[in-house]
Ligand binder design. Structure first.
Ligand SMILES: Cc1cc2nc3c(=O)[nH]c(=O)nc-3n(C[C@H](O)[C@H](O)[C@H](O)COP(=O)(O)OP(=O)(O)OC[C@H]3O[C@@H](n4cnc5c(N)ncnc54)[C@H](O)[C@@H]3O)c2cc1C
Length: 352
């Protein structure tokens, strides 16, 4: 998303832009996402939930998101829901394929890596003489060796609940160019997903998420228990990604199967996991679902300032830039939107 946003903003400012995408379709993880672009309602709450994040970056995101959402809507991106359904947050929900289409149009189209030129998501190319480069390659959630190095020894077992292009190209290029990593390179956002032998296609990443740790006993395969404490369940996800085989068992009292989590009944999520093929044990008082950590996005990355600058003439945005959600979770789409626009303006020498 961040690369398309940066390109759209750069074109609005009169720049000639060429967007290069390494996959055969645009949109990255944005296209697979739920499409909810949000911020905390209250800055103090944002700080409290993401305590190790860089405060100026967080402030920038918090202060700019509403105007950037209006800009996005102004491009013609259709809003499917106003509000997030969560009293702690505010934002808009977009239809991801439609959002992708609108952004590709505003970005002036895409080329494969064979094209000459530069601006976003292009670490395999060198920019033309002296042109700034914006890294927007979506972090490294799809790269098991990098996940093993930075996040978890259980990297071979996690589900890659992400677009396949996010293999850390921006991180490698940024480090080669003299940028540094920020805090929290080991942090990820993940979801409990139906465990193998469940079969999960990318189009099912949202539908099959098991979002009821708050109603369940959460156990690893040694029988050790984890107490979920956050509404986003980021704590559960970070924990389970590091448990043996990245597994957790969610044991739900039958009396809670009718509870709603973000509009979905717990029992319906359990049934969806069973239908996908996950091991589900049904007993008289409880239902237990075996789940695996589905790594969705990396939260750590290159260190950037409020102008998305990672090194001289090098900018990073979206999941390539770390330091925003460190210690908790904040909207990755919001970061991609706000810092994608900022990166374009900074790269063109425009006022932020
Ligand atoms: C199932 C799911 C649900 C989600 N739901 C939400 C949600 O509701 N709200 C939210 O805020 N976030 C959500 N997210 C997270 C969100 O999608 C990401 O945080 C966001 O897409 C990150 O934006 P990005 O631009 O950094 O990466 P992406 O959107 O993944 O874009 C990166 C692009 O760069 C391309 N690329 C990579 N390497 C290269 C290269 N070398 N050359 C050229 N191109 C390259 C990739 O192929 C990709 O197209 C969800 C993610 C998933 C997977």
């Amino acid at each position: 998303m961040a690369g398309l946003v940066a390109a759209a903003e750069a074109r609005r400012l009169g720049a000639d832009v060429l967007v290069l995408e390494k996959l055969d379709r645009p949109g990255g993880s944005m296209r697979l996402s739920s499409g909810v672009i949000w911020r905390h309602r209250d800055f103090a709450r944002f700080r409290a939930e993401c305590p190790r994040g860089d405060e100026p970056l967080q402030r920038t995101l918090f202060e700019r998101l509403d105007a950037d959402l209006r800009w996005l809507e102004g491009l013609g991106a259709p809003v499917t829901e106003r509000g997030t359904g969560n009293p702690l947050t505010t934002g808009l929900r977009f239809n991801p394929p439609a959002l992708t289409e609108v952004l590709v149009r505003a970005a002036g189209g895409l080329r494969s890596h064979d094209g000459a030129g530069v601006v976003t998501g292009t670490p395999l190319l060198s920019p033309p003489d002296g042109a700034p480069l914006i890294l927007a390659t979506g972090g490294f959630a799809a790269d098991r060796p990098l996940l093993r190095e930075h996040v978890t020894r259980e990297a071979d077992h996690v589900l890659l609940r992400t677009a396949p292009g996010s293999t850390g190209d921006g991180l490698r290029l940024g480090l080669d160019a003299g940028a540094a990593t920020g805090a929290g390179l080991d942090e990820i956002y993940a979801r409990a997903m139906p465990a193998p032998p469940a079969r999960i296609a990318p189009g099912d990443f949202v539908r099959l998420a098991q979002l009821y740790a708050a109603h369940a006993e959460v156990l690893n395969e040694r029988g050790e228990r984890f107490e979920a404490a956050t509404w986003s369940e980021i704590d559960v996800a970070q924990w389970m990604a590091r448990q043996p085989r990245a597994r957790a068992w969610l044991r739900v009292p039958r009396a809670r199967l009718d509870r709603l989590v973000r509009g979905r009944a717990v029992g319906a999520m359990v049934d969806a996991a069973a239908a996908a093929g996950a091991p589900v044990r049904r007993e008289s008082e409880h239902v237990t679902v075996e789940t695996v950590a589905g790594i969705t996005t990396t939260l750590g990355g290159l260190r950037v300032d409020e102008h998305a600058r990672a090194a001289p003439d090098l900018f990073a945005c979206g999941a390539d830039a770390g330091g925003i959600a460190t210690g908790g979770y904040a909207s990755g789409l919001a970061a991609a939107l706000v810092f994608g626009r900022i990166a374009a303006r900074a790269a063109l020498g425009e006022a932020p």
